[in-house]
Ligand binder design. Sequence first.
Ligand SMILES: *[C@@H]1O[C@H](CO)[C@@H](O)[C@H](O)[C@H]1NC(C)=O
Ligand SMILES: *[C@@H]1O[C@H](CO)[C@@H](O)[C@H](O)[C@H]1NC(C)=O
Ligand SMILES: *[C@@H]1O[C@H](CO)[C@@H](O)[C@H](O)[C@H]1NC(C)=O
Ligand SMILES: *[C@@H]1O[C@H](CO)[C@@H](O)[C@H](O)[C@H]1NC(C)=O
Length: 480
Amino acid sequence: MWTSLVFFALATAVRVNSGSSGLPVDKVYGVNLGSWLVLEPWMLPNEWVSMGGDTCFETGSCADCAASEFDLVKKIGQTKADQVFQNHWETWFTQSDVNNIANAGLNTVRIPMGYWIIEDLVNRTTEFYPRGGIKQLKRGLQQLKNARINVLLDFHAMPGVSSSLQMFAGHCTSDVEFYTPPNYFRALQWAAVTTFISHVDPAFSTVFGIEAVNEPLMDSTQTPGYGDYLTDFTLVVRAMEFVLGITCPNVEYASLLKVSTPANSRRSNATASSGSSLSLSSLASNVGGRAGQILLSVIPIIADVSIELGVPNPLASALFGGLLGGVNRQCLHTTFMDVLWQNVQGFNPANAVQGPAMFDDHLYYNFGGVADPNPTAYMTSICNLPRVQNDTSLGNIPMVFGEWSIATNFNATDQFLTQWADAQKLMYSQSSGWIFWSFKIENGNSDQREWDYFTALEAGHFTKNPAVLNDPHVCDSFRT
Ligand SMILES: *[C@@H]1O[C@H](CO)[C@@H](O)[C@H](O)[C@H]1NC(C)=O
Ligand SMILES: *[C@@H]1O[C@H](CO)[C@@H](O)[C@H](O)[C@H]1NC(C)=O
Ligand SMILES: *[C@@H]1O[C@H](CO)[C@@H](O)[C@H](O)[C@H]1NC(C)=O
Ligand SMILES: *[C@@H]1O[C@H](CO)[C@@H](O)[C@H](O)[C@H]1NC(C)=O
């Protein structure tokens, strides 16, 4: 999320209702679980140093020292790294955080993940990441489920690195290699495995969507193959669901999967599980090209992950009939950064949709380039934001603002931060909702004021009920 956005145009805001979006809630009110499974040292510099990391990012580039997960593991070694990250995962996101989220009336979290959570995807001769995260993910999901919080799993840090010189990419480097066939392939394997777990492990049953990639490069000329990746992502998610006996409305299975088995002959609920002989390998051999290859290639990975998570592995069996008791049957929302994200407009992610989907827009004012650094310019900009209309007109619905904060690039008063929080909530609520970055910042850090939901809630910038504003008329005098 450490990127600036260019703001294009102002227009009169018109209320657009997302209508029946198919999302689990009418309006998403959420926080990101930032720095839990993908650690961004700027959010917790003291803990980072105690883990063995460095803080060159405070004055220079994060590439100059151990200021990303990759460089910390390289610096302190795998064994030690596994220990310090285990401690971090256990303490950064706890039951008390879950309680805080629930008590704040929030209904959703977005969980940024690195591809290394699926350990078989990591090439350990050249890539250095901590091990053991997946059990922590399961632990957290179980706690969130108990609190009835919905979850969007976000592919945040991609194989090969998707963004230059960013801590959120997992490896702070200018060597960006994600947009290449072998790394797309690994990302699609990650999608297949994540789809599998989300449906098979009961702890994952409040997962309603998987986001294909967080914040790809904004210049679409630098992301060759990105549109094909999104299309293949959908294909892989739907193919894995199909194998598990889950079919979704508005999916053309016959053409998508090139299977002769009509979708409606598949079991459509767990009780109707008279045997099917459609095995993963027979499906995979029907599915054309890369998707078939991916389904076959993840069989051993799924075997490993099933053991780690202690879930049955239906794919180990030749027949899938009868396996479906207890699986999560809702089709996943394939989730994509919206079409407005890339400023040289290339592929419209709406074209990658088959079945339930969601779109994600991110907006930060503090990095500059959006509005002049003063309160009036911020308010005039946000109160006339055309993005919901723009996305709607391009078929990017339902859409949520999946990252935003109340940070500014001027010295804001407390009074302004309250206005600023209200105005953003008002405008983002025109979409299907919002997810704040982030749930917490290390205690005592000056960034807490503008980036930590609970600190801002305590300060009164946010309201006890997220659907309510301190001042519902906050934008009235700024509309142009
Ligand atoms: C890991 O990376 C090295 C160096 O690029 C390469 O030679 C090797 O084939 C890779 N291994 C796998 C399993 O991809
Ligand atoms: C799904 O299960 C219900 C019983 O729980 C049954 O009545 C219904 O016919 C089943 N649907 C299909 C398509 O088999
Ligand atoms: C967004 O909508 C506004 C108002 O309709 C229009 O002027 C602007 O060109 C649109 N921008 C994009 C990127 O679609
Ligand atoms: C904010 O105030 C501090 C101290 O008063 C000052 O050092 C800093 O330059 C100011 N920042 C901006 C962006 O104006």
